[in-house]
Design a protein around this ligand. Structure first.
Ligand code: FE2
Ligand code: FE2
Length: 148
């Protein structure tokens, strides 16, 4: 009897957009702290200079972008499930970031040491803009707030 009640509750939850959005909002809050962790990693990247050993620099750049990839994968799962109206815009922004930073890493590998400054500034600026505008907009959608 208890099991039947639980199944009904789950079915209702799956059918109700507001309840589903609420549960995704809770999930999203749980991963939101990752943005702070990414900013900490970027702060470490601020110490990168053209003079640093290339192997170390390359490893730091790759590790940072891997963290971004993991974060995007988590965030996008929630975005897809939420039926967010700006899903494709948001996902394309993540994709463009990966394309751009991968190209910079390749340029560095080919010997363009100067690209490190561009990489550092781009990553920092991109995350500041994206998290304060696009991720915030999605967060407000999940919380059910009207955007101002
Ligand atoms: Fe995002
Ligand atoms: Fe994000």
């Amino acid at each position: 009897m208890m099991i039947c009640n639980d199944i009904t509750a789950h079915e209702q939850m799956a059918q109700s957009p507001s309840l589903l959005t609420d549960s995704l909002a809770i999930e999203y809050n749980n991963i939101d702290h990752v943005h702070s962790e990414l900013f900490i990693l970027i702060a470490q990247c601020c110490g990168l200079t053209e003079e640093m050993p290339p192997d170390t620099t390359l490893e730091i750049m790759r590790d940072l972008i891997d963290q971004f990839r993991r974060h995007f994968a988590q965030e996008e799962q929630i975005i897809y499930r939420s039926k967010y109206k700006r899903t494709s815009d948001h996902v394309v922004q993540h994709w463009k970031f990966i394309q751009r930073t991968s190209a910079m890493i390749q340029a560095y590998q080919r010997g363009n040491r100067g690209v490190i400054t561009e990489f550092r500034d781009y990553v920092d600026e991109w995350l500041s803009d994206h998290s304060s505008v696009d991720d915030r907009e999605f967060d407000e959608f999940l919380q059910g707030h009207v955007l101002s």
